[in-house]
Write a new protein. Structure first.
Length: 122
């Protein structure tokens, strides 16, 4: 079966469109990966600087002023989110619960216990 000129033009246009979309996705993907790598390197360098004691004065100053939210050595938005997670829920403290409020147990059945032995077969 021979392709007509119109069919060939359609397949070439479709192939070009697919290549354009693939290149666009590739560029967006590289942009996202570059941004992630940049932030990761910033955090790594900050953490390495703290471990080596290069920013010890800043960390000591934060502790002395008790003002870590404004002058934090590591920005708080890098390490933790602003919204509290599940730990902020209102749960009862089990240490203060009265000892008489134990969980209810299932009442025992009034029927006799069954023999649970395996029957011997033929």
């Amino acid at each position: 079966m021979q392709m007509t000129k119109k069919q060939a033009e359609f397949w070439v246009a479709l192939l070009v469109l697919c290549i354009i979309v693939a290149v666009a996705v590739l560029l967006v993907d590289f942009g996202i990966k570059a941004a992630i790598l940049e932030e990761s390197n910033k955090l790594r360098l900050t953490i390495e600087g703290i471990e080596r004691g290069q920013n010890a004065g800043g960390a000591a100053q934060d502790r002395a002023d008790n003002n870590t939210s404004n002058d934090a050595t590591i920005p708080s938005d890098v390490l933790v989110g602003d919204t509290p997670g599940m730990e902020a829920g209102s749960a009862d403290n089990p240490a203060t619960v009265n000892g008489q409020s134990q969980a209810t147990r299932r009442p025992k059945s009034r029927r006799p216990a069954r023999n649970r032995e395996v029957q011997s077969g033929d």
